[in-house]
Design a protein around this ligand. Sequence first.
Ligand code: KE4
Length: 438
Amino acid sequence: MSSSHARPGPRSIELFERAQRTIPGGVNSPARAFNGVGGGAPAFIDRAKGAYIIDVDGNEYVDYVGSYGPMILGHADPQVIEAIQKQAAKGLSFGAPTGLEVELAELICDMVGSIESVRMVNSGTEAAMTALRLARGYTGRKKVIKFAGNYHGHVDALLVNAGSGPLTLGIPGSPGIPEAVVADTLVATYNDLDSVAEAFAAHGDDIACVMVEPVAGNMNCIPPVEGFLEGLRSLCDAHGTLLVFDEVMTGFRVHPGCAQALFGVTPDVTALGKIVGGGMPVGAVGASRQVMETLAPTGPVYQAGTLSGHPLGMAAGIATLSQLADGSVHRAIAPKLATLRKGLAEHATRHGVPFLTQAAGAMFGMFFTDQPRVERFDDVAACDIDGFSRFFHGMLDNGVYLAPAAFEAAFISRAHDDEAIERTLAAADKAFAAVAQA
Ligand code: KE4
């Protein structure tokens, strides 16, 4: 692999200028824009392999975005690519069931203990949206508790801002969402069981579900504090409320059995995405057979999708999960992530930069703060966002690609070998120096 390192080059800039004429902000998802790190053209990617992405100017980067999670095997994994190519030659989509959907459903049920039945959808957003409707339909209740800083895709009812406390009903998080749509959404504080108990005390018997990221990966990377998930389980059991784990990001990322296996807490419903499709557009909702049969056509809760269970997505998901099932990928990743985190901390210390990493399985977060740990949304908000931005550009200039936002998690893969880690740490030495000089 060539090791030319440079900011997004002329072809990215030219493509960005063109893109902005026909695509809002020049990107098909705001997370890819560089608005959170000072703006400018993002790198337009031409191809990727293993731990590396290569942009249209030939610049090569060690990649810690991994498509925001799916690429745990590394980019262009040969088995995944071959599975897609073979399936594509047989036709793309039929609007009729295929054996591939059964195979992936069985694989998910084998790997995730709480799932006896699963419905495929096309994104994490659809998975969270379906999980919410399913919980409301199954319980006959309206209210939902979510957590400030948790993101469940762009579902109207879940795009809410935290009110003054968990008792205040949701405030629309975006124009275009009527107050009525979030009127039953309660917003609690992540890692704060008291805030959840308050909401249950006020609305307990009308709460259909608690939806939570078992590791918060949309306010950087914040694992649950001891007892938090267990406490949610107890509160849900006491009130006949369903516990929904949004494992779109954590699913198969933090453990082959998902976060529910890592932390030993069993949800009633699980939303999946990202890794479950191996890089293809796949989401899924899983639960007990009893809960899932509430969904059409066996039950009254409507849900559907032209391309749900898409054969190429199924083929990619099967080829991915089948490589994760025995745990060998996660075991191989663990020491490499430990080496990376240790090296980052050493370089930060040497340059006098307040810095902290947190991790769960094969996802991790980098915080520019002197706090000993970051457990809540307010802790994240207190971090040095400008410091992250300078670090981001320092890493980009030296051939390491991070998510262009301080509130995103980072993702390592099986393909991140010693050389990739060494190149990352060499870049970090320069990037921390840039942070320190500011
Ligand atoms: P998608 O609809 O983007 O596939 O999934 C939505 C979603 C649901 N739940 C969780 C826990 C998620 O992290 C996500 C999506 N994650 C973001 C990363 N912060 C995807 C990046 C993007 O929006 O482009």
